[in-house]
Design a protein around this ligand. Structure first.
Ligand SMILES: [Ca+2]
Length: 465
């Protein structure tokens, strides 16, 4: 019933990683039949001071992972105590049953194929990532993926390579929403082998979003010649880093920068980089035709009034830059980004503070752009791709957006666009699977989905037979 799987490489020590094949009811029955073991294990986790990972194919996986995160944060003294107290018995009971019956089988065992009631299958590519954040595919077929925990990993010939890529910066600050974040491949990669990474850089006691350019080795096992081409404004929060990267057709690089949660008013301040989308050249210089140069503003700024942009796509056919962003409670947005525009945060918003108070009572204002779509309540959008995948001709030219806000927001959202980029319809997909999707990637062959879990997976989506 229970199978031991190898622990992933991590700076964090662990007791055990366990895959549980039973459903919740059978798990609880087994646990209740062994009350003595339950008592013993209640003491085990605090004493070992390590992290235990659990996942259940049949039960609500995201809920269990949330429990795991609660426990991990306890070790780091960043715990929300009331939440942990509520979740801790669940963590302990699951870990108990797993430890009691874990075997010594050490082969990598990818999870089951998941079938959505809408007729789609999710085929696991890997289930051994820690907070995967952004995927990209090389022409060799290798998938590069950042882990927020500070590693760059690769999947080659369908297998996750054990060793992370070497050569990454040693000042990645893994804290809160910060860590290793965005990844982009140079448009001329086949000539220059350049890749780009964004991360929360430690500037003790502060941090800032940094972007480096580096050369990927021919064997895809390391990066070298890393040089910092952008550094955002230092901040003393671990929230809202932005961090998505994308290229415009002129090969300038777009970088999204969050408002740090604490600096929301700075999103309207053109002398600040908080809450902005910026545009730079890949050597770190600033394009002479950036829209706000010469007006006393930061010359990097491409657009402003953003909260936390977590999805970015340039649509080459329609010549549109799409970006979505997390709103406060309610009010996530999809926007068309044009140079110099003000997207309104926090002067106008469809959302409210999480404590129920108002940020602004205004949803419209002169000189501020309206989203082309908004989500109330919030779905916590993350990752976005434009579909151009042979196996999904019916989705060609549509946007797919990951969503992480459970329970109703754990899904994949399809934005059906017409040739002009206007929205025809939206469709919610995979909601019955209750997976929180951090990133989505369309390639000519496949569509990949990365989950937002401490025990994260990458899936390939297919039509069910
Ligand atoms: Ca807005």
């Amino acid at each position: 019933m229970y199978r031991r799987i190898p622990t992933a490489i991590s700076r964090r020590p662990r007791v055990l990683a366990v895959e549980i094949d039973g459903n919740f009811q059978s798990m609880m029955s087994a646990i209740l039949a062994n009350p003595g073991l339950a008592t013993a294990h209640q003491q085990l986790i605090p004493q070992t001071n390590k992290t235990t990972i659990m996942k259940t194919p049949d039960w609500n996986k995201s809920d269990i992972v949330l429990s795991t995160k609660g426990h991990a944060r306890r070790i780091n003294n960043k715990v929300n105590v009331p939440m942990l107290d509520r979740l801790y018995p669940v963590v302990s009971l699951f870990a108990l049953a797993a430890c009691a019956e874990a075997t010594q089988e050490n082969t990598f065992a990818p999870g089951d194929v998941r079938l959505s009631e809408q007729g789609y299958e999710l085929h696991p590519v890997t289930t051994n990532l820690e907070f995967p954040w952004q995927m990209q595919v090389l022409d060799t077929g290798t998938i590069l993926v950042t882990e927020r925990e500070g590693r760059l990993r690769r999947i080659t010939d369908g297998q996750l390579v054990d060793l992370p890529l070497t050569g990454l910066p040693d000042d990645i600050r893994v804290d809160g929403q910060g860590g290793l974040l965005g990844l982009a491949i140079d448009p001329d990669f086949n000539q220059n082998r350049k890749i780009y990474l964004s991360y929360a850089k430690n500037i003790d006691p502060l941090s800032a979003l940094a972007v480096i350019r580096a050369t990927l080795s021919e064997d895809e096992g390391s990066i070298s010649d890393a040089s910092e081409i952008f550094l955002g404004e230092p901040r003393d929060t671990t929230h809202h880093f932005g961090g998505r990267l994308g290229f415009l057709p002129d090969r300038s690089l777009i970088i999204t920068l969050g408002d740090g949660l604490r600096y929301m008013d700075a999103a309207q301040d053109l002398t600040s980089l908080h809450g902005k989308i910026v545009r730079i050249n890949t050597d770190g210089t600033i394009p002479a035709d950036n829209p706000l140069i010469g007006e006393g503003s930061r010359p990097e700024i491409f657009s402003f009034g953003h909260r936390n942009v977590q999805g970015l796509v340039f649509d080459a056919e329609r010549q549109i830059l799409f970006a979505h962003e997390h709103g406060p409670k309610g009010g996530d947005e999809l926007n068309i980004i044009d140079p110099g525009n003000n997207y309104g945060w926090p002067e106008i918003t469809y959302g409210i503070n999480y404590d129920g108070t108002f940020i602004s009572t205004e949803t419209h204002a002169d000189g501020m752009q309206q989203p082309i779509h908004k989500w109330v309540p919030s779905i916590a959008p993350s990752g976005m791709t434009l579909v151009n995948t042979a196996a999904f001709p019916e989705w060609r030219g549509d946007l797919l957006i990951g969503a992480m806000n459970g329970p109703k927001g754990r899904k994949l959202v399809r934005i059906d666009l017409n040739d002009a980029g206007s929205i025809i319809a939206t469709e919610d997909l995979l909601g019955d699977l209750q997976l929180a999707f951090r990133d989505v990637l369309s390639t000519p062959e496949d569509i990949f989905l990365a989950t937002a879990d401490f025990d994260g997976a990458i899936y390939r989506i297919e039509h069910a037979d």
